[in-house]
Design a protein around this ligand. Structure first.
Ligand code: AHR
Length: 567
């Protein structure tokens, strides 16, 4: 076939040459190629031309690989990238907790004290620093006493589908789960429908080492030692599902919780003190900037009796409410639109950070993006209240871009929790009875583990532009950091779904020999992992040699690559 086409191309080319020559020599009459009859010659020519155009179109990405120069000067270090920006969020919502984590001790699914072993093993591998629990909106209707002891109170989950909430997964089960995966607790207090007394008693129950009645009850329920509560959320979206409060009303409530909801754990009095995270903004409109202003202004004027350590921020990549983007079965248009929406995280953080800087230039109060991620239309056939969606290569790119933004703001953003860990929204893991599958987002979190608590190193580059229709995005995004052992790590995302990218990274301050790591890409922007095909989107090893302090890498289209630089 190729030979036929080549010879036909050659024939037509010769013919054209002769025609051109004859025009050039002013021969007026139309000269036909002696070897091709006129009509056949034209047909062959148009066929070959179309074929050539198709070939050019198909091979264009390879031919047109773009080049981007990165320059990394390891002597210019920035803030520590707090490992807590890799936090997770697990709400009592759909199958996030029940079936996702908890199957009960009598389940045929392998478990340890009711907690599924496959999920624990997968989460251990991504070194989850903290898990925010029990909500979300659920937290402001959660009454902890219903979830402890041998007799659990069965209630409803009015926020999420109005289903039965058995309360079999309560405080002890959550803390056991954290122990098993090696993460810390970020508990959301019920400010909306609870009382300061209820929240204070939860903290006494969980944290005191003294033999109080609540501590004895905790011991009787199986945990004599105090629990460690690393962070406490003082409400959730109190401007909306958490009670529709005005900033002033919220502040009056929040100060009471900050004052009376104490952590008594002896190991958390001097160092490792529990962080109190106030409710913060949910967008960039004036009502959110007003909210940030109000809380930060109050915090600047705080007295000895109350304080906050963090301001929460929620920002989903949703496009439009109600969520309508499909999580699979989409094309480049939806890919580029969603990435454009997600990159708005940069401006949102900058905007609220600027307000925080006015009242807290020392950056004592952290910005904690404790709900973020993609929120799409519910998967067809699922309970819309369960927020089930697929997770594709687009989500892997989205996750990397957001983690990069958080890392660039590491001096202020010291916590973030992707929504949500299992079976809900942009999850790490999906389960179906005994089956489990890891999502593309999971793999990004796994590849980024070396960035936990690493020191940010600025990277200079001209990102170029990837354009689709009327959307223009940076073609590339990159961050760098040095881990505790001094090793340099690079994370580079090629947003362009069609073009590979040639990277030339100049590294100043170290003598690089090579780089090794992993890259995550997929056949299509909407490629997903399923229970039947769990390895469609998995990382594969990559390596590169360095010459004269310069690393040359070729990145695949729509890929996330993380590499360590070997010296
Ligand atoms: O993550 C789902 C919901 O989104 C949370 O419960 C709520 O805080 C937010 O609006």
């Amino acid at each position: 076939m190729l030979i036929t086409l080549a010879s036909s191309f050659e024939l037509t080319f010769q013919c054209l040459k002769r025609r051109f020559f004859s025009i050039w020599t002013s021969r007026i009459s139309f000269v036909t190629c002696s070897s091709l009859p006129k009509r056949a010659s034209l047909r062959a020519f148009s066929f070959v031309l179309s074929f050539a155009l198709i070939v050019i179109a198909l091979t264009a990405p390879a031919i047109m690989a773009q080049k981007v120069e990165l320059s990394v000067d390891v002597s210019k270090t920035g803030a520590k990238i707090d490992r807590n920006i890799f936090g997770q969020f697990a709400e009592h919502l759909g199958h996030g907790i029940y079936e996702g984590i908890w199957v009960g001790p009598d389940s045929t699914i392998p478990n340890t004290r009711g907690i599924r072993n496959d999920v624990v093993a997968a989460l251990k591998a991504i070194k989850v620093p903290n898990v925010r629990w029990p909500g979300g909106c659920f937290a402001d209707e959660y009454h902890w006493r219903k979830g402890i002891g041998p007799q659990r109170i069965v209630t409803l989950n009015p926020n999420w589908g109005g289903v039965i909430e058995p309360n079999t997964f309560g405080t002890h089960e959550f803390m056991d789960f954290l122990d098993q995966i090696g993460a810390e607790a970020y508990i959301s207090a019920n400010v909306g429908s609870g009382t300061p007394q209820e929240a204070a008693e939860l903290m006494e129950y969980m944290t005191t080492a003294q033999p109080t009645t609540l501590a004895k009850e905790r011991a009787a329920n199986g945990h004599p030692q105090p629990f460690k509560v690393a962070s406490l959320g003082l409400g959730n979206e109190s401007w909306d599902c958490g009670g529709n409060m005005t900033p002033d009303y919220y502040l009056s409530q929040m100060k009471i919780y900050s004052r009376f909801v104490r952590n008594f754990n002896p190991a958390q009095q001097d160092k490792d003190q529990m962080l109190k995270i106030a409710v913060g903004p949910g967008g960039d409109e004036p009502r959110w900037t007003d909210w940030t202003e109000a809380v930060m202004k109050a915090s600047q004027q705080h007295t000895w009796s109350w304080d906050i350590n963090g301001l929460s921020m929620h920002s989903y990549t949703v496009g439009h409410w109600p969520p309508s983007f499909a999580s699979t079965g989409f094309g480049e248009t939806e890919y580029s639109q969603i990435l454009k929406f997600t990159l708005a995280m940069e401006d949102l953080i900058s905007k609220h950070s600027a307000i925080m800087d006015k009242y807290d230039p020392q950056k004592n109060v952290a910005l904690v993006v404790d709900e973020w991620g993609a929120w799409y239309a519910p998967s067809p056939g699922t309970n819309p209240g369960f927020l089930v969606q697929q997770n594709s290569q687009r989500d892997a790119i989205l996750a990397a871009l957001n983690l990069n933004i958080f890392a660039r703001h590491a001096d202020r953003v010291r916590g973030a929790n992707i929504a949500q860990m299992i079976n809900v929204l942009q999850s790490m893991i999906m389960t179906d009875k005994e089956k489990m599958v890891l999502t593309p987002t999971y793999y990004v979190f796994k590849m980024y583990v070396p960035f936990q608590d690493a020191t940010f190193v600025p990277v200079a580059f001209d990102a170029g532009t990837y354009t689709h229709g009327d959307i223009s995005l940076p073609r590339v995004d990159a961050i760098a950091a040095r881990d505790k052992a001094g090793k340099l790590w690079l994370a580079i995302t090629n947003l362009d779904p069609n073009q590979p990218l040639e990277i030339e990274a100049s590294l100043t301050g170290i003598t690089a020999k090579s780089a090794v790591g992993e890259t995550l890409t997929a056949p299509r922007v909407d490629s997903v992992n399923t229970f039947d095909a769990p390895n469609t989107v998995v990382p594969k090893p990559v390596s590169a040699k360095a010459q004269n302090g310069m690393l040359a890498l070729k990145l695949e289209p729509k890929s996330v690559t993380v590499m360590s630089v070997e010296q």
